[in-house]
Design a protein around this ligand. Structure first.
Ligand code: T4K
Length: 427
């Protein structure tokens, strides 16, 4: 056991904490002390048992084997492949390079259909290789590609589809597979959020031509920086391994164009150590998720995005959807309230890739085809979770949200005044 779960405390322990901000005038935007003296972040890294990690680090130093398909990388690849039930798992230096290599190895060119509602790396991995990302709208319930909207984005230049399993919730894999097969397109999945998650009982990592994970520090499973491509295709795996290592097929023998996508041994050591604690991380994430869910269940206009408990989930993201007409506050107003309390919630993935450069300049009217993306990206908020959170902290955050929305007119007036004052100072 390497992760200490914070002692039990009820998730709806309302009124028991002295700080609980039940009155609007107690909120930090009205000049009060923030609820938390230090910032609470989204994406605090999980790390496993420190002693085990240090032992692995020492071993790396003792053996002087730092990188280039070292023993820890090989062990990590095997253990991940076993966990996912997939034939090949190829570790990489990060998720973006892993995606770039997967795109190139599967022969994507021309245009590829992707959601805009994702981290910009998904689109950049294409554009970096002069492939046009064609942004397709999402389903408002799932936040993933809407299969019904894909078909009319296909042109003679289209070679593939990249689905993103956002928040670890699987895409409609069956529908995307059916379209890809019928239209003879390559299908990749950006599974950056989805290690440990399943689709219809089968682990993500097994679908499409290949699936790409991120092991960035902020992810459920991290190797400081890192990523991996998972595939059941033997030839594709061999090609990806070559591309990861400059195309080397042996000493002095380069048979392919490649890049440097290798994971180093320190990263693999972190991964191996954390793998031993994954169950505890899920348990903790689930507890935090349940606490938020319970704490916000009665707050009008605030929905905590659900997971399908019949599937495996990593519960890494706690995502709110703010329905302004019901909550009385916009997502951005709520964000200001939370930031003042030192709750550094994030607007993942605002404003959508199509509103970021270079896509915004290339396709200034893309938003016309993306009404759901545009609406959802104005409504979502990711809340702090992870090992540094306690049920008591979560209760306090829920109370802040509840108090702010229950007094929305008062809060809004205050925010408008503060904005006016700021612009006067700036004049
Ligand atoms: N596809 C998808 C769907 C993705 O979400 C991502 C990455 C990728 C592809 C690409 O995979 P990688 O190439 O990154 O492996 C962060 C991450 O940098 C990024 O990896 C991640 N998605 C994205 C969702 O979030 P930022 O710009 O928001 O990171 P930053 O530095 O603001 O960190 C977020 C929070 O995490 C901070 O509030 C503090 C905390 N933090 C961060 C780091 C790095 C820590 O507490 N410790 C840390 O070491 O992008």
């Amino acid at each position: 056991m390497s992760i200490t779960l914070v002692p039990e405390a009820t998730c709806t322990g309302r009124n028991v904490l002295p700080k609980m901000k039940e009155r609007a005038e107690d909120l930090a935007i009205f000049g009060h002390e923030p609820t938390f003296p230090e910032k609470l972040h989204v994406g605090r890294p999980n790390s496993g048992e420190r002693q085990a990690l240090m032992e692995r680090f020492n071993h790396i130093l003792d053996t002087s084997w730092f990188t280039n398909d070292g023993p820890y990388v090989q062990e990590l690849e095997q253990r991940l492949a076993d966990l996912l039930g997939v034939r090949h798992c190829i570790a990489m230096c990060n998720g973006t390079v892993a995606m770039e290599i997967a795109i190139r190895a599967t022969g994507m060119t021309g245009e590829v259909i992707v959601p805009s509602f994702t981290f910009v790396a998904t689109a950049h991995a294409l554009q970096w290789q002069q492939i046009t990302p064609v942004f397709c709208d999402i389903d408002s319930r799932t936040h993933n590609l809407d299969p019904n909207k894909i078909e009319h984005m296909i042109t003679p230049r289209t070679t593939g589809i990249i689905g993103v399993h956002l928040w670890g919730r699987a895409c409609d894999v069956d529908a995307l597979t059916e379209i890809a097969q019928r239209r003879k397109l390559t299908l990749l999945f950006d599974a950056a959020h989805a290690l440990g998650c399943s689709y219809q009982g089968q682990m993500i990592g097994n679908f499409g031509n290949a699936e790409v994970f991120s092991f960035h520090a902020t992810k459920f499973f991290n190797t400081f920086e890192g990523g991996a491509v998972a595939t059941n295709n033997e030839d594709l795996a061999a090609q990806i391994r070559l591309m990861r290592n400059f195309g080397f097929a042996g000493y002095d023998r380069v048979i392919y164009i490649g890049t440097n996508g290798k994971m180093n041994e320190l990263s693999a050591a972190m991964g191996l150590t954390l793998l031993d604690s994954l169950d505890e991380v899920v348990e903790l994430n689930r507890r935090n998720y349940d606490c938020y869910k319970a704490g916000l269940s009665a707050v009008p206009g605030i929905e905590v995005l659900s997971y399908d408990h019949a599937e495996s989930n990593n519960y890494q993201y706690v995502v709110l959807v703010v329905n302004e007409p019901l909550s009385g506050l916009s997502r951005d107003e709520l964000l200001s309230v939370l930031h003042a309390e030192n709750v550094i919630a994030r607007r993942y993935f605002y404003p959508g890739c199509h509103r970021m450069e270079p896509y915004r300049s290339y396709y200034p009217h893309a938003g016309l085809m993306l009404p759901v993306t545009e609406a959802i990206s104005e409504q979502v908020l990711s809340l702090p979770t992870g090992t540094s959170m306690t049920p008591a902290y979560i209760d306090e955050i829920c109370q802040v949200i509840s108090t702010a929305t229950a007094n929305s007119d008062f809060v809004r007036q205050r925010l408008v005044k503060a904005a006016d004052r700021a612009s006067e100072i700036g004049r």
